[in-house]
Design a protein around this ligand. Structure first.
Ligand SMILES: [Zn+2]
Length: 532
């Protein structure tokens, strides 16, 4: 069947076929699943005079208004916002459908009821990390767990994993996508995996012992955490000659960081390790990977799954879709999700090389790929550098400058007020761990020059630390994400937009996700009346 071609042949279809099949699938998905069963999109379509039948081609997608994080955040008038995005099937609509009736005749009502439960009943949840707001829950049904497993298995295939490998999943153990997609990926792919839970569960020491015990072929985790663990392994003189691949996720992976990780692996006795990155986000309920590429080649880009979702790249100012290969903001629409569903979700992530359909020069797959560096809009911060006006500083750029700098190990950028005086100017303090015996004055000079060459500002001060002090500053093993950029300026209460900052830990114990879950589960129909 045509509709299955997109799934069975997902990695070898030409662009025109992909676009046609995606448009067909999108139309059916909106008509049969999203518009009838999503409170938010039913209202939104109604408000804009849209019908699922008016979305026939991919260009028609542009008629649907964007969804962004702000739409999902609770407010006093809307204390359960995320619930409106959960698909809750209407028993009467389902019972009237000829497909439901035919299935009931063929397999019996109980079986159909069970199948609909598998499709629609939420059974699992991950949530956003909530650095700037409350975490937002994303519910999964059994149907979604299947898709999560398929997406995970594809990550394994694209990263060229082998079934006889041993994997160490070093993502934080939390209700977050990264840990769980890795768990389901290895189960589905059928490869031996141990989850350490990251630094918070076993500590750096526990992770080191596990490396010695398991002798892994692959480490999967956040770049800064892998960096710290590998560095400690080198300091302790541990050997690990089995490593073949480091798979990075959860944060951006700068070229310089990949080089540093490769060098550390070599010091442990593993040479020619491939360092590949993944990209994923809670709202997509999946992640995508690069395929391995030669050290001196450009990264191969994130390989997408055309049957599971559609990416659009838009101009972040106008919202208009840009041509193939042009930079812009990533916007995602799933094609087969249940549970929590967001359409045309604005990620706030900017992809430098855009979306391309040409065959991958490394693995030959013809899948859409996202090329180039990804940076986050939220990492552009306003700083008061002179008395005249605020300056917008792109911390994405500063992070790349530091990750790419030689002789620099771990680092942290701290924004604070001069002399801790709230009325004073802002200052930028760079905390650095020096990697070689290069004198501090020389490294400071080099770093200042690098900053000025690539950005318009430079740090007011550079402070040197040893590895232990840096781990403490970054919160390695105590925070879910290392605090690479920390904003210590007092919060202005008069401003409506909260400043994005890393200086509080994600609130995992928030009651909101669970109340959304229980509310959804209790209102969920378990008895679909099937006419026969
Ligand atoms: Zn490839």
């Amino acid at each position: 069947m045509k509709s299955q071609l997109l799934t069975t042949q997902w990695q070898r279809l030409p662009k025109d076929v992909i676009l046609r099949l995606q448009a067909d699938k999108l139309h059916r998905y909106l008509r049969d699943v999203v518009v009838p069963f999503s409170a938010h999109y039913r209202d939104l379509f109604h408000k804009h005079g849209l019908k699922a039948d008016s979305i026939r081609f991919l260009e028609d997608l542009e008629q649907i208004p964007f969804t962004s994080k702000a739409d999902l955040v609770n407010s006093p008038e809307h204390p359960q916002r995320a619930r409106d995005f959960v698909l809750i099937p209407d028993q009467q609509i389902l019972a009237r459908r000829p497909s439901t009736i035919l299935r009931a005749l063929a397999r019996g009502r109980d079986q159909v009821r069970r199948e609909l439960e598998i499709e629609y009943r939420p059974i699992f949840m991950t949530s956003t990390t909530g650095r700037s707001a409350d975490p937002i829950p994303f519910l999964y049904t059994n149907h979604d767990i299947d898709r999560l497993s398929v997406a995970g298995q594809r990550v394994m295939e694209i990263c060229n994993a082998k079934r006889d490998y041993r994997l160490l999943n070093m993502f934080p153990y939390a209700p977050h996508l990264a840990f769980w997609i890795t768990h389901y990926a290895s189960t589905e792919f059928g490869v031996f995996t141990v989850g350490t839970g990251g630094g918070k569960v076993m500590g750096t020491d526990g992770n080191l012992r596990m490396i010695q015990k398991i002798k892994p072929d692959v480490l999967i985790g956040m770049p800064t955490f892998l960096y710290h663990v590998l560095q400690c392994a080198v300091e302790e003189g541990i050997r690990c000659e089995t490593l073949k691949r480091l798979v990075l996720g959860g944060e951006k992976a700068a070229e310089g960081m990949r080089r540093k990780l490769r060098n550390l692996a070599a010091k442990l006795g593993s040479f020619n390790v491939d360092v590949v990155a993944t990209y994923g986000f809670t709202e997509a309920k999946m992640a995508w990977a690069e395929c391995p590429f030669a050290v001196d080649d450009a990264p191969s880009g994130y390989h997408l799954y055309p049957d599971l979702g559609i990416f659009e790249i838009i101009d972040p100012k106008t919202g208009i879709v840009v041509p193939e290969g042009e930079s812009g903001e990533l916007v995602f629409t799933p094609l087969d999700a249940r549970g929590t569903v967001v359409l045309r979700y604005r990620t706030g992530d900017i992809i430098e090389g855009g979306l391309v359909y040409s065959p991958c020069p490394h693995c030959g797959r013809t899948v859409p790929r996202l090329l180039g560096k990804i940076s986050r809009n939220s990492e552009i911060k306003s700083m008061q550098i002179d008395k005249l006006k605020g300056t917008l500083v792109d911390f994405n750029q500063l992070e790349h400058v530091l990750d790419d700098a030689p002789n620099v190990g771990a680092w942290q950028l701290e924004i604070r007020k001069c002399n801790d005086d709230p009325l004073e100017l802002d200052e930028l303090v760079l905390h650095v761990q020096k990697l070689s015996d290069v004198p501090e004055e020389r490294l400071s000079r080099e770093l200042n020059n690098r900053f000025l060459e690539r950005t318009e500002i430079r740090p007011n001060r550079i402070v040197y630390h040893d590895a232990d002090e840096m781990r403490h500053l970054l919160g390695v093993g105590t925070q879910l994400k290392e605090l690479k950029v920390i904003d210590r300026r007092p919060k202005k209460t008069s401003e409506s937009a909260p400043a994005e900052s890393n200086n509080h830990a994600p609130n995992l114990g928030a009651t909101d996700p669970m109340s959304a879950l229980s509310a959804t589960a209790s209102s969920h129909p378990t008895n679909v009346q099937v006419k026969s």
